[in-house]
Design a protein around this ligand. Structure first.
Ligand SMILES: [Zn+2]
Ligand SMILES: [Zn+2]
Length: 937
């Protein structure tokens, strides 16, 4: 048995190898089931698709680590596991990136034209779009690469089109002029969620609007309005006041002259106006402010849009036409001042919205957009969560979700971009009606004219990603009857196989994602999943209930990864940890284990390299344990003893008559397996990782390996049966530990596991074996109790040896007083105590001899028999120094505890801790003084 493992653990070498092997061997592919959804239960999730422009960051690595642990765990429990990967076409982000390239080459997308530009984006995607998924492959994510999707794939595009047409047929899609957040740089509407607000020090300009008489003459009176965006006054259509504002009662029904534009506008009254804000009179600009827009609707006012797509003043802005909005602002203010119409300029802090993508100031602006009438979809999405068909972990997110969903507005789904799913609507220039169609039409559905043109808008990226849970499993094709020409053609399989996929994998089991896309994505998937999957009958043909329509049954919201000082990672702060770099340094397994061990619910992770160093040392420990094991297997083989690997792969059990350490480590393994299984079922990755760590480093390496060495005697005289039994337990517990650890450290365990089987493993991968489950027979409480006693005894002897200064190597006798009932345990296992505590002889005594320093526990008293030859003068000096130090400690603590301000203000646990420290110092001090007295210093 060569069991070749290099001397040093080198993660890079083994990780590259296995990552490539897992993909090449398609180990995690989950083909369409051959028959219906019968068979093992399914556990499947969709990867929240990263942007195709993206690179892996620490947040991804954390999310993928948690998902991968769950996937590997479920797979090893024998479930039908599927993890579907893919990327999002990311409309704005991708278009911006390619546009920048085109500009750097001296062209623009406008010069290129739409078709050429889109072809250019596809080309970019072919070259660079796989980057993030390749990084996932390297990190070993156990996804099914055969099912990789891209949101612009033909079959997913068919679903997008069907969803749009269907909602339109259902009267849930409409086109209307509304105020949207307009990004003048990206030249598109963006959603409320894509606007980030910053506080800016700006101004509030107060402007005099002349009141005019019925025949249009100035009355000499002014109504003063306040605004933060004076250039928008070019589009004013009224000034509003509160009906009960007594300052302005005499102006009800009067007209004003709009300065600079010379337009007559009415004074209107509306309860919405706040009497306290500014002067209590507000200008009304329906085309440039959402509140004004609503006001305009209520009072039947026109909307005058004074800006073009680049936020320059258009022809409606009179002499300011052609000016950029900020230049126009300066000129408007200067002109008002010159005309004596500027009443005041006040400092004002306002919240300004910026485009999340390009940071340009967003311009609220009236434009013609497509909307989804969201209420019916939201109602279902609310019921799905409220009725418990979707469970959130942590639970509080259900409330956040419901709160948002209950206040939802109609969803603006059109974007003025080129890259994305083009809206399947054709405008007719003859009758000005719109044709919405599944197939590209050749003529207007209303008047038959051929003068039709497709809308230039594309759909919001989230419209397609919101459909993913249904579309990746074959909707809409499978919603139609098998032999009816359902829209689109699947290039993946037949109608039947798509149906089997849907029946088997929908609803998906779980979504693992971050809080930041709860509204963007999670909410939209729930709305669209619940709405569209209702079309798909259940496998037995019965109608689908809401419970079976949800896109996933559970949502697990993970924490954020921050830097070691709990600061958010950001490029500007320069504190970004690149997962690829950190993996190069410590290995994927150590980084994964760090992330898992820190993933306690509800708290963000303060990523700390020191922890990763610690887990790199853990990986080393496992590696060295394997090498120790293999060395012994080889030595055993030379002595004619072989370990039967056929018995491996299940949970080890120990014979009742087996040695204590064997029964104990098996019981510990069962207990750990139970803890890990339970922790993972509750998304407690931290508890699971820590249980494994304690078991492997503490129980297995520190205790068991040290004890079992006593039995690994390969000499002629040795008891062969005993050696074989010990070696068999050792190997089988170790092999089980590898399986327990495998979801957390897949590479290291894969490498060692193959070595255990010496190149002839029973499966292609440890990932395809069974996860350790604790059985009923596991609770060998006697073994656990007896071993605990031995451990306590050894720990006490070690402590005593230290206290009285026994040289490390010296073997010393001990005196032990212990109840009769435990005496046998100790005498049967005396060799363990002797080896681990370096004891030459255990003397059972009814009482510890006078003059020996002893430790007492509830179960035993123990003393080390040892006479030190000491230099009395030196020892007295040492004792005096130590006594002085402890006296200082006690005095310091007393002073602090005697200070009423401190005891009143410090948290109780600090005060308690200090008291404890004080008592301990006093205890040590008493002992030192006694020692000094006995020496006669
Ligand atoms: Zn922008
Ligand atoms: Zn027409």
């Amino acid at each position: 048995m060569p069991h070749d493992l290099p001397k040093a653990y080198d993660p890079t070498a083994i990780e590259d190898h296995w990552a490539e092997y897992w993909v090449r061997e398609k180990l995690f592919a989950q083909p369409t089931p051959k028959s219906g959804p019968e068979g093992p239960s399914s556990f499947d999730i969709l990867l929240p698709p990263p942007n195709v422009t993206g690179n892996l960051h620490m947040g991804h690595m954390f999310e993928h680590t948690e998902s991968d642990i769950l996937m590997r765990w479920h797979r090893m429990r024998g479930e039908r596991v599927l993890w579907v990967p893919g990327t999002d076409h990311a409309g704005i982000a991708t278009q911006m990136l390619v546009e920048r390239q085109v500009v750097s080459e001296g062209s623009t997308r406008q010069k290129m034209g739409r078709d050429a530009f889109i072809e250019r984006v596809w080309e970019w995607r072919r070259h660079y779009g796989g980057n993030i998924l390749n990084q996932m492959k390297r990190l070993g994510a156990s996804v099914d690469w055969d099912r990789e999707y891209f949101t612009m794939d033909e079959r997913l595009s068919v679903a997008v089109r069907e969803a749009f047409v269907k909602l339109h047929e259902q009267g849930l899609i409409y086109r209307g002029a509304y105020i949207v957040n307009w990004c003048p740089r990206c030249q598109t509407a963006i959603s409320d969620l894509e606007v980030v607000y910053d506080e800016h020090k700006g101004h509030l300009w107060e402007i005099r609007y002349p009141v005019i008489s019925e025949d249009g003459k100035d009355t000499g009176e002014f109504l003063i309005v306040a605004t933060t965006r004076p250039e928008t006054m070019l589009g004013d259509v009224a000034v509003a006041i509160h009906p009960d504002d007594e300052r302005y009662t005499h102006l009800h029904g009067k007209m004003l002259r709009l300065p600079l534009m010379n337009r007559e506008i009415p004074v209107i009254t509306d309860d919405w106006v706040s009497r306290e804000f500014g002067t209590g009179a507000v200008k009304v600009t329906p085309a440039h402010d959402p509140n004004d827009f609503a006001l305009g609707q209520r009072h039947d006012l026109p909307s005058i849009n004074v800006m073009n797509d680049s936020a320059e003043i258009n022809a409606e802005g009179g002499k300011y036409a052609g000016l950029n909005r900020f230049v126009a602002r300066k000129e408007v203010v200067a002109d008002l001042e010159a005309q004596g119409l500027l009443a005041a300029i006040k400092d004002h802090v306002n919240n300004i919205g910026h485009c999340d993508r390009c940071k340009t100031i967003v311009e609220p602006r009236l434009s013609l957009q497509w909307f989804v009438k969201i209420q019916p979809l939201a109602d279902k999405a609310i019921s799905a969560v409220r009725d418990g068909h979707i469970k959130f972990t942590p639970e509080m997110y259900a409330k956040t979700y419901l709160n948002w969903m209950e206040n939802i507005h109609d969803w603006c789904i059109s974007r003025q971009l080129w890259w994305g799913h083009r809206i399947p609507a054709w405008h007719c220039s003859a009758c000005h009606k719109t044709t919405v169609s599944r197939e590209d039409p050749t003529h207007c559905a209303q008047c038959g004219s051929e003068k039709i043109e497709q809308s230039t808008d594309v759909l919001d990226t989230w419209f397609s990603s919101g459909l993913l849970p249904v579309s990746v499993f074959g909707w809409p094709r499978i919603a139609g009857a098998k032999d009816v020409g359902a829209p689109g053609a699947s290039h993946l399989g037949t109608w039947e196989s798509d149906r089997r996929d849907f029946d088997t994998f929908y609803p998906t089991s779980l979504l693992v994602t971050g809080f930041d896309i709860l509204f963007f994505w999670v909410a939209r998937m729930i709305m669209m999943g619940c709405w569209f999957s209702l079309d798909v009958p259940m496998p037995d043909g019965s109608p689908r209930s809401l419970a079976e329509s949800v896109p996933f049954r559970e949502v697990y919201i993970h924490a954020l990864v921050r830097d070691a000082n709990r600061e958010k990672m950001s490029k500007t702060k320069g504190n970004v940890v690149d997962p690829i770099e950190i993996v190069k340094q410590y290995g994927t397994d150590a980084v994964r284990f760090t992330l898992a061990s820190m993933a306690s619910p509800g708290t963000d992770i303060a990523f700390n390299v020191a922890r990763t160093e610690g887990y790199r040392a853990f990986a080393n420990k496992i590696w060295n344990a394997a090498r120790f094991l293999f060395m012994n297997i080889d030595r055993a083989a030379e002595a004619g003893i072989t370990v039967d690997t056929a018995a491996l792969g299940s949970m080890p059990a120990a014979e009742p008559g087996a040695p204590l350490e064997g029964r104990w480590i098996v019981a510990e393994l069962h207990g750990t397996a139970e803890k890990v299984n339970q922790a993972l079922a509750n998304y407690r990755f931290d508890d699971a990782a820590n249980a494994i760590y304690q078991f492997f480093w503490g129980s297995f390496c520190d205790w068991y390996l040290e004890i079992v060495k006593l039995s690994l005697d390969f000499s002629e005289a040795a008891d062969k049966a005993r050696v074989t039994a010990a070696l068999t337990t050792l190997v089988s517990v170790f092999e089980s530990s590898l399986r327990l650890l495998s979801p957390f450290m897949p590479f290291l365990t894969e490498e060692i596991w193959h070595a255990v089987y010496d190149g002839k493993p029973p499966a292609k991968s440890i990932a395809l074996t069974r996860f350790p489950q604790s059985g009923d027979a596991s609770a060998d409480t006697v073994a656990l109790q007896h071993m605990r006693l031995l451990q306590e005894l050894i720990v006490e002897i070690r402590a005593l040896r230290k206290e009285i200064g026994v040289e490390e190597k010296a073997l010393v006798p001990v005196e032990l007083r212990i109840d009769q009932q435990f005496r046998t345990v100790i005498s049967e296992n005396h060799a363990i105590v002797e080896r681990l505590a370096r004891v030459s002889d255990i003397r059972f005594v009814p009482q510890i001899s006078d003059g020996l320093a002893k430790h007492a526990t509830p179960q035993f008293d123990i003393a080390v028999v040892y006479e030190r030859k000491i230099d009395v003068a030196a020892e007295c000096e040492r004792l005096n120094k130590e006594i002085a130090r402890q006296e200082k400690n006690v005095a310091n603590a007393d002073r602090q505890l005697g200070n009423p301000t401190f005891t009143a203000k410090a948290p109780p646990h600090i005060v308690e801790g200090l008291k404890k420290q004080r008592d301990e110092a006093q205890h040590v001090l008493d002992k030192l003084r006694a020692d000094r007295d006995s020496l006669g210093c």
